[in-house]
Design a protein around this ligand. Structure first.
Ligand code: SF4
Ligand code: FES
Length: 363
């Protein structure tokens, strides 16, 4: 059978470190985090960036954990920018000073994505597991003063959905150019907290008109992206716009992942940039080729008219819920496994609200 060769990747998520000052219960990073001594060193990251550009990558998202925890961040930003990449910093804002920001901007940083946990300090700090909110307000002010475009990212869940209007107002006050309101996706640590984080149907129904009205009102001022709570949807999200299709992730230790959550799929044989060139991994690795195209699909997806729109949904979710990464995403109403999701949603509310299990993260 003819298999269409992969196109070059457009973007790379460079997870520079798993170290992080926050303790978010919805963290999608793996349960087992990589510690400082397992991280790639500066020379290795510089090589990864050069190889990525040679491969065709144009957008580099420097992320973590908290990328500001890496003292070599300025050097990495300079290098990626000199290669001609659009460089985005994904940060909690903790550790961002005027001096560091000016330096990063001078070196070619193009965009900052700042995470926010809630509409006010009391709630946000409780969810972050540390005093973080005031630092985020200060970071947003610095970013606006620098003239860099600012995206605010908020992970939504049962514990902050009631603050949605306040969160939108906060993003406006921060002067965000873009606001991403992303309902929690249940991978990594977030899956541990699913019961405590899963919003109710009522919360989602209340959110919908608030988001719609704000999107209309702020059109041309602040773009709003709303990522739905997919368990409640009839069809899955087009996860990663297809496996190994547009983006790759390099984990702090150099493992190269077809999607940021792919370590969840324990049957995947991951390659590492310290042992193989990025080019060979993108085009030739078993992990990237495992779910490219349509040959891997079950008959349910292969015969479905939506397969070109959602690519069979999310491989990580399929694995985590069914044990088989090649199965149809069980969120899909056409999946033979949809009952798994329906049973989760139909579970009676717990007599006592479960405590959020905050993430313990290496520093
Ligand atoms: Fe998408 Fe597969 Fe469901 Fe069709 S059956 S909607 S391709 S997940
Ligand atoms: Fe990995 Fe969807 S999160 S494929």
């Amino acid at each position: 059978m003819d298999v269409k060769p992969a196109e070059p990747p457009l973007g790379m998520l460079a997870e520079l470190t798993h170290r992080c000052p926050l303790h978010c219960s919805y963290c999608s990073n793996p349960i087992e985090l990589i510690t400082r001594d397992g991280e790639l060193d500066t020379a290795q990251w510089l090589s990864v960036l050069s190889q990525a550009r040679d491969l065709g990558v144009l957008q580099v998202h420097m992320s973590g954990g908290e990328p500001l925890a890496r003292p070599d961040l300025p050097e990495l930003v300079s290098h990626a920018s000199d290669l001609g990449c659009y460089v985005n910093l994904v940060t909690s804002g903790l550790g961002l000073t005027e001096k560091r920001l000016d330096d990063l901007a001078d070196r070619g940083l193009a965009h900052i994505q700042l995470s926010v946990q809630g509409a006010d300090a009391e709630r946000a700090d409780r969810l972050a597991g540390t005093r973080a909110h005031e630092h985020k307000l200060a970071a947003a002010a610095l970013i606006k003063r620098s003239g860099l475009p600012l995206s605010v990212n908020v992970v939504l869940h049962k514990q902050n959905h009631d603050q949605l209007a306040g969160i939108i107002a906060l993003a406006e006050r921060m002067g965000a150019d873009r606001l991403e309101l992303a309902n929690t996706q249940y991978y990594g640590w977030a899956l541990k907290n699913r019961t405590a984080l899963m919003p109710t149907r009522e919360q989602l129904a209340v959110a919908e008109p608030i988001v719609r009205a704000a999107t209309e009102r702020l059109r041309g001022t602040m773009e709003i992206i709303y990522v739905v709570a997919d368990y409640y949807e009839p069809y899955p999200k087009p996860c990663m716009y297809g496996w190994g299709a547009r983006q790759l992730t390099v984990a702090p230790n150099g493992d190269v992942l077809p999607c940021p959550a792919a370590t969840a799929i324990t049957t995947l044989d991951l390659d590492n940039v310290t042992r193989k060139p990025l080019h060979d991994i993108w085009y030739g690795s078993t992990s990237f080729n495992a779910y490219r195209g349509e040959d891997w699909m079950s008959e349910t997806c292969r015969s479905c008219d939506r397969r070109g729109a959602d690519f069979g949904g999310c491989r990580c979710q399929a694995f985590l819920l069914t044990g088989d990464a090649a199965s149809t995403d069980p969120v899909c109403s056409r999946s033979p496994d949809r009952e798994i999701v329906d049973l989760i949603l139909a579970a009676p509310p717990p007599a006592v609200e479960p405590e959020l299990v905050l993430r313990r993260v290496p520093r």
